[in-house]
Design a protein around this ligand. Structure first.
Ligand code: F6R
Length: 608
């Protein structure tokens, strides 16, 4: 969701900015722009639609020469995705140019104030107030002026600023929106995330909220809102650029589906040492765990559904009540939380605004926070008391796959870890279940290998107007995620229902040839789900069942069957979801959808 990038050095800036913006495409955007400074002149070029349009307009950057610049991909919030509303925005006197990710909540008041003072607004964006504030407060010193203008802003921002009076310099600022600095030799960078910079430098400084950076080709000076320098650590990125490229696959999503066995293995293996679970350098005391009377799992979208799957593992092993809450609801629900509540948050990006807000709300009420996050150094990772990274590697496709499965795998480990610490599981059962968790990567691989016919099933189902996903218990949790995957990339209306709920209303929608995807992996409740299959079939539905190999009864009931390997029921979500990801992928492909960048969606949802 909006991406920003900045460069200053000895090379031409525009090609580097355009390349960085392409790497940030996955975040979601509908227009793009760059501003490049040469001597004391700033040239701005912007285009609605894809970055390809901007490349064409700038002749791949050649039309905007200069070695210092900033760039932006915009995901429209205030004002339509037009050329005028695209960033960068320029001040009336042409001195300042700004790119911004985030939302300025008090922009209406600021806009009125600035208009009253005679500033002309060209766009409908909230961002434009920033350039006019800079012009209004300018006292000949860029650093001081950026601090002053930022102090007027309420909301969230990652900013990049250039000024004609200080050629060769970019200023970056961060408040509740992700921003990192890339440190090179004779050149320096900033960007919304590491993906944009990893082919240029692996030396990264993570900015915190309230921090600014003054960046020239030879120096990076990080300072706070009073102008005092802050000494920052330079972190070394270890993953390779290949990890963020398609590697021969037609889409990032397919590549990331295929990477799941390796990602889950990378997530689990380092946490199992000498037959025990070691959750990084986290030391959660037995005393603290004994005092917990409730766990709340919160997140958004697929991460929330991973939490719904993890709830079964935690409740069944730890016997602690687990409540799953959508972060966007939890933050405004006046939640009943105290120091006996443990909050588990899940996030691939680590930057989801609603999840961050829910964390802050719960922390203020006394809860301890455990975060399960993929992006190292992200806001959520830093806010938590305990952070466990999912080592999924960069996830580029907007629809999450390996992000989800690695989150589920970590929740399985957490469930076992807490159960053991609390003495709620005996040693033999712990060892057996730990083996089961370690079998997950192989089981996911088998689930991929067992289903070469999913693309043919997609040909059968891709014309459906609606798809229903049903299941009970752990199968229901998977149905939730399966339906989301389908709708977000194929644009087919897909809904999930607890199978037992059908007859309380939804069954009215079942008619001849209505596809129903039935999750039938949970053996303890299989007979019940099978009776629901019979009910929908009696009303004309066509049933595609997902089940384990030896389940002959399902084979005779369903119209089509997808098999998955048998796994421990409470850990099965990470395996059972795999064919549903594939089905969504192939259905979307049949429908000619933009699979990696579905319409209206953004990878990192940094606004409310
Ligand atoms: C769906 C999807 C989203 C995210 C959600 C939370 O495929 O990716 O539903 O799961 O926006 O994002 P993170 O995990 O980054 O907090």
């Amino acid at each position: 969701m909006c991406g920003i990038v900045g460069y200053t050095g000895m090379q031409e800036a525009a090609p580097i900015l355009l390349d960085g913006l392409k790497k940030l495409e996955y975040r979601g955007y509908d227009s793009a722009g760059i501003a490049v400074m040469k001597d004391e002149v700033i040239c701005v070029s912007k285009a609605s639609g894809r970055i390809a349009n901007l490349c064409e307009k700038t002749e791949d950057g050649k039309a905007v020469p200069g070695c210092t610049g900033i760039g932006h991909t915009r995901w429209a919030t205030h004002g339509a995705p037009t050329d005028t509303n695209a960033h960068p925005h320029m001040s009336n006197d042409g001195k300042f140019v700004v790119v911004h990710n985030g939302i300025i909540e008090n922009y209406v008041t600021l806009r009125e104030e600035l208009i009253a003072k005679g500033y002309r607004f060209d766009s409908q964006t909230d961002t434009e107030v920033i350039v006019h504030l800079l012009e209004m407060y300018y006292d000949g010193n860029l650093k001081r002026t950026v601090i002053k203008a930022s102090s007027r802003l309420q909301g969230s921002y990652a900013l990049g600023v250039v000024c004609t009076d200080e050629p060769g310099k970019v200023i970056a600022a961060r408040e509740y929106s992700p921003l990192i600095i890339g440190v090179g030799i004779g050149e320096n960078y900033f960007a919304s995330d590491v993906t944009a910079l990893v082919s240029y430098t692996r030396n990264i400084i993570y900015l915190e909220d309230g921090e600014f950076a003054e960046i020239t080709k030879d120096d990076v000076n990080v300072f706070d809102g009073t102008g005092h320098t802050i000494n920052k650590k330079i972190n070394r990125i270890t993953w390779d650029i290949q990890a963020a490229e398609k590697g021969g696959y037609e889409h990032f999503m397919l590549k990331e589906i295929m990477e799941q066995p390796g990602a889950v293995k990378a997530t689990i293996t380092p946490r199992i040492k000498d037959g025990d679970i070691v959750l990084d350098d986290m030391d959660i005391s037995e005393e603290y765990l004994k005092g917990i009377n409730k766990i709340i799992i919160t997140a958004c979208g697929s991460a929330y559904y991973a939490g719904c799957a993890g709830k079964y593992a935690i409740e069944s092993l730890c016997r602690i009540p687990v409540q799953t809450e959508l972060a966007s609801e939890l933050r405004y629900s006046n939640p009943i939380i105290d120091e006996h509540t443990m909050l588990i948050v899940l996030s691939q990006s680590g930057e989801t605004a609603d999840t961050i807000a829910a964390m802050k709300e719960c922390k203020a009420r006394g809860a301890k926070l455990m975060a399960i996050v993929n992006v190292v150094g992200s806001t959520i990772a830093k806010l938590a008391d305990y952070t466990i990274y999912t080592w999924a590697g960069p996830e580029i496709a907007v629809a999450t796959t390996k992000g989800y499965t690695t989150q589920v795998a970590v929740l399985d480990l957490v469930a076992l870890y807490i159960a053991k610490k609390l003495g709620r599981i005996d040693e033999a059962e712990f060892n057996r279940l730990l083996d089961e968790v370690q079998r997950l990567p192989k089981a996911i691989q088998d689930a991929l290998d067992m289903n070469p016919n999913i693309s043919s099933l997609a040909k059968k189902y891709h014309k459906a107007k609606a798809l229903f996903f049903i299941g009970r218990n752990t199968d229901y949790a998977v149905a939730l995620e399966g339906a989301l995957k389908m709708k977000e990339i194929s644009y087919i209306h897909a809904e999930s229902y607890a199978a037992g709920e059908l007859k309380h209303g939804t069954i009215a929608l079942i008619e001849d040839h209505q596809p129903v995807i039935s999750l039938c992996c949970n053996k303890s409740i299989l007979e019940k789900t099978m009776s629901n299959i019979v009910e929908v079939k009696a009303r004309g539905a066509e049933v595609l069942a997902v089940t384990v190999k030896d389940n002959q009864k399902i084979v005779s009931l369903a119209d089509d069957v997808i098999y998955v390997p048998e796994t421990e029921t409470i850990f099965s979500a990470a395996v059972e979801i795999v064919p549903l990801q594939m089905l969504a992928y192939y259905v979307a492909k049949e429908n000619g959808c933009d699979i990696d960048k579905p319409k209206n969606l953004a990878k990192s949802v940094t606004v409310e």
